[in-house]
Design a protein around this ligand. Sequence first.
Ligand code: NAD
Length: 498
Amino acid sequence: MRTIGHFIGGKTVAGGSGRTAPVFDPNTGEVQAEVALASKAEVEAAIQNAAEAQPAWAATNPQRRARVMMKFVQLLNDHMDELAELLASEHGKTVPDAKGDVQRGLEVVEFSIGIPHLLKGEYTDGAGPGIDMYSMRQPLGVVAGITPFNFPAMIPMWKFAPAIASGNAFILKPSERDPSVPMRLAELMMEAGLPAGILNVVNGDKEAVDTVLTDPRVMALGFVGSSSIAEYVYSTAAAHGKRAQCFGGAKNHMIIMPDADMEQAANALIGAGYGSAGERCMAISVAVPVGEQTAETLMKTLVPKVQALKIGLSSDHEADYGPMVTKAALDRVKGYVDLGVEEGAELVVDGRDFKMQGYENGFFMGGCLFNRVTPDMRIYKEEIFGPVLSVVRAQDYEEAVRLPNDHEYGNGVAIFTRDGDAARDFAARVNVGMVGVNVPIPVPLAYYTFGGWKRSGFGDLNQHGPDAVRFYTKTKTVTSRWPSGIKDSAEFVIPTMG
Ligand code: NAD
């Protein structure tokens, strides 16, 4: 059986805790590897390694650090097929979708090549008599990232690329469900010229996370995962004096106005609702047609498309989506579909019994579509994270806007309409972090920032874009006066420039 250890001090090391977790092949349901779960002592060794390596990296000029990122981009492109196949084999998303996962991470690495520009400080010449004032951005030291299973390439890169380009050393604790790609990314960063100890990968579970959260040498951490863990990580990190940004779950609505192009809206719902088996934090899980006529037309267009979804192996490039990540995830999602039926929602398409021929033990699930879901139902309130779409009917636009505004999650939202006034009003009033207008998955590009509101995000500042540099650096402001400007008597009042 293949074993996956850790990446510490520039090399792969075997796990020494004696604790492991299975890594499944979601297509067959078989265990394909065992991943080590780090002990407190192993995580502390990684932190120590990072702390020793970081000062020299911070002293390396920003342009040289950027060149490592440039070379890493080239290596990611060279290894795109290998990374995507490895990713798909542990996660279950299709290889073309896995390429998108790598690509969206790669784009943040490209953004990080330009970080020297964002690290520049400010300067005021002659702020007072003989006085100059300037600010500088300095790295924090050792920082960490704790990442989820659903984007095992993209989200680790969103975290470590800006942090490392800004001069920090990084501890990555990826998901124990698909750890191989993060390990491979660390190897490629070494090949790109990163010094040993600047990027460490510790595989593990709560024990590893708790060590990162409480160790005083870790100055900041970025988390992405479910909301209850995000809240726990945020409050524990804050209690230990750390800077933390923790992104959580989602329930993303798509409003379909009566004037929308119904074919376009239905296609958007199919891709955004069922792509990657719905295991995306930006997946659309609630469709809100406005008005009965819109709802009827939408259902007529949507139902055959859900029935025709092509579910396949993760290696099948023609499949719409592959298996779910684990049996536990599959059972959880099926449990939500059972619950929806009990709660009185109309299950129009039932994918619970789907079996992939020849792969009956794989974690496959057919697409499910609920009609007439209401806001009091648990299947509306809670994140399902599977190939399940709920249709909630709104009588008018105001009722439709209230739905995402009143929901406890606020990650992404979309409106489909031909009416510019409605789109503009919606973008301004909706209480959600990322908004799409005729775009179902509005994931901002690398040079903008990504972040949800309400229970989808705890802490301050977003991921990637300029916020990432602000998050992983601290500002120092220097006031300097050279002897020619210094008076030879003591001053007892607060200095002013007046
Ligand atoms: P998860 O919360 O189970 O795990 C996330 C990370 O936390 C993993 O590294 C895991 O090992 C660790 N963890 C799990 N339990 C822990 C505990 N008790 N104490 C400390 N650490 C713990 O999430 P997941 O299932 O891997 O990912 C799916 C979730 O992530 C969904 O809720 C999805 O919406 C969310 N997500 C959010 C975003 C975003 O940007 N908002 C992006 C992707 C995924």
